[in-house]
Design a protein around this ligand. Structure first.
Ligand code: HEC
Ligand code: HEC
Ligand code: HEC
Ligand code: HEC
Length: 255
């Protein structure tokens, strides 16, 4: 068990060793005895955490420098307000984590389906709208969608939610995951029928999106009103969103 998370920790270590062999001058910058400097002001991360790796993943996820959250020369200081925002984000990631059965350990230790990179993708502001619509073959042939009728089987979405056509909410589900309607419906039944387990996963996702947006002021209950996070924010056209835990690494370079 837990091979993936072990792999994640081993890989950067190998890279560090390679780096040190290539440029011995880097030794001069390492603290004496090779021990990490003691941390002074951790409120959420464990003192045993691999702080350089975690901080590097934060900067990559947001596409920023260390000083976006810290003040120059004092990493323990809390004077930069972005540091406190980042602490709230760590707490949010831990909350999101409880929705996924594969989760192991308290973020950033262990395995996590969702982390900073899942939403941020190298940007300070996560995206909420797919840049490209998903059109199926019928759409491409100009076949009009069925007429909109009030929902009859909806357990979460409001009855007047638009469910037909590329510009409906179901169309947005398609854009987010890059799949056609039957990926969550199908089975030769109408879409009101609950036959496909993915439909229930999607219902859990609607609840997750509501839970996440509740952390952001000025947002409505999904899908009504302004949304800070949507299906597209995590999925980005993929049925399985990306995270640091699921990143693939290369083997160490051959000597
Ligand atoms: C997105 C915001 C963010 C970025 C970017 C970031 N950090 Fe941090 N850093 C934090 C937060 C939040 C904490 C405190 C975590 C806690 O309270 O458990 C922290 C803590 C630290 C600590 C521990 C300080 C102490 O003594 O308590 C160090 C060292 C550190 N960061 C270094 C870095 C370095 C180096 C970089 C750039 C590679 C970086 N950070 C980039 C948010 C950030
Ligand atoms: C579920 C999606 C999601 C995840 C996961 C997430 N964030 Fe965010 N983050 C957001 C959203 C949405 C905003 C608000 C952006 C806006 O409206 O400006 C935000 C804002 C921020 C900001 C403030 C940016 C600014 O200058 O306004 C920081 C810093 C930040 N996130 C750090 C992190 C860190 C660090 C992690 C991982 C521990 C993380 N986020 C994980 C969605 C996410
Ligand atoms: C990612 C999964 C997913 C995809 C893709 C998807 N749906 Fe749905 N659909 C759902 C879920 C979940 C519900 C039930 C929501 C609820 O219970 O509130 C639903 C409900 C419906 C309903 C029932 C409305 C009623 O009257 O009760 C219709 C019709 C429907 N979808 C049509 C479509 C069409 C058409 C497409 C393609 C354009 C589509 N769906 C794509 C997940 C999906
Ligand atoms: C906070 C990030 C996040 C958001 C937001 C999100 N998802 Fe997901 N979703 C995931 C992750 C991670 C997985 C895969 C891991 C798992 O299912 O255990 C997943 C899996 C799924 C699956 C199962 C796919 C499969 O093939 O097994 C469906 C369907 C789905 N999401 C639909 C949605 C819909 C619809 C929305 C918007 C209402 C949404 N998701 C919003 C993170 C997210």
């Amino acid at each position: 068990m837990n091979l993936t998370s072990r792999g994640c920790k081993i890989a950067p270590m190998h890279r560090l060793i390679v780096l040190l062999l290539v440029s011995p001058s880097l030794f001069a910058q390492q603290p004496a005895g090779g021990t990490r400097p003691a941390t002074k002001n951790l409120k959420l991360l464990a003192p045993s955490a691999d702080i350089p790796f975690v901080m590097q993943s934060f900067t990559e996820a947001l596409g920023v420098q260390c000083t976006y959250c810290h003040v120059q020369g004092d990493f323990a200081a809390d004077t930069n307000p972005k540091k406190e925002v980042a602490r709230k984000m760590i707490a949010m990631v831990r909350l999101i984590d409880s929705s996924f059965p594969s989760s192991t350990g308290a973020f950033p230790e262990g395995y996590h389906e969702v982390d900073c990179s899942t939403c941020h993708r190298g940007n300070i502001k996560p995206e909420t709208k797919a840049p490209r619509k998903y059109y199926n073959r019928a759409n491409s042939m100009g076949v009009p969608p069925p007429a909109q009728v009030p929902g009859s089987s909806l357990k979460l979405l409001p009855a007047d939610t638009r469910v037909h056509g590329a510009d409906s909410l179901m169309g947005e589900f398609r854009d987010a995951l890059n799949v056609d309607c039957a990926y969550c419906h199908g089975g030769g039944k109408t879409q009101e029928v609950d036959i496909n387990p993915r439909k229930d996963i999607a219902r859990k996702m609607i609840m997750l999106v509501r839970q996440i947006n509740a952390q952001f002021p000025g947002t409505g209950v999904y899908p009504v009103g302004n949304q800070a996070v949507t299906c597209y924010t995590c999925h980005r056209g993929d049925t399985h969103p990306a995270s640091v835990s699921n990143r693939r690494y290369d083997l160490p370079a051959k000597q």
